[in-house]
Design a binder for this molecule. Structure first.
Ligand code: TYD
Length: 136
């Protein structure tokens, strides 16, 4: 997959005097079937998370609280996305190398995933990631 398949997705907000509500629904405002949700928090300032690619997994990253950056790399080009608004999520397709960093204090990153957790879906070595792209 190339970087052009990754994009920001707007998340609806229902805001009234009682507060705000946002929702995510498979194939409605998320381009895949939701199979798993996890969240990342308490990340120390200098930490870089991720450093891997996924063979099949598609994900949506949402800064539920605070902000952070995600660097995406498709083997030919890379781009850094700043996530700072909980009404905008970043869709990341399969076979994209990612790094998450610059987590603000008390930030929470919600991740919506298209597959259940599988260790076999991870590629941990960047060179192996690039070699797998050549083969596909
Ligand atoms: P990891 O994928 O390394 O996190 P990140 O991409 O943010 O760097 O996951 C950290 C640990 O959590 C690792 O031991 C695997 C485990 N884990 C699960 O058991 N289930 C999950 O759904 C996820 C995402 C991780």
């Amino acid at each position: 997959m190339s970087l052009s398949s990754c994009k920001f997705i707007n998340i609806p907000i229902f805001k009234d005097k009682r507060g705000s509500l946002s929702f995510l629904q498979s194939f409605q405002n998320i381009p895949f079937n939701i199979q798993r949700i996890y969240y990342i928090y308490d990340v120390p300032e200098s930490v870089i998370r991720g450093n891997h690619a996924h063979k099949n997994l598609e994900q949506l990253f949402i800064p539920i609280k605070g902000c952070f950056d995600i660097k995406l790399d498709d083997g030919s080009e890379s781009m850094i996305y700043h996530l700072d608004s909980n009404d905008k999520g970043l869709y990341v397709s399969s076979m994209i190398w990612r790094q998450m960093f610059n987590f603000s204090k008390n930030s929470i990153c919600l991740v919506i995933a298209s597959e259940i957790y599988s260790e076999d879906d991870y590629i941990w070595d960047y060179e192996e990631f690039v070699r797998s792209l050549d083969k596909s």
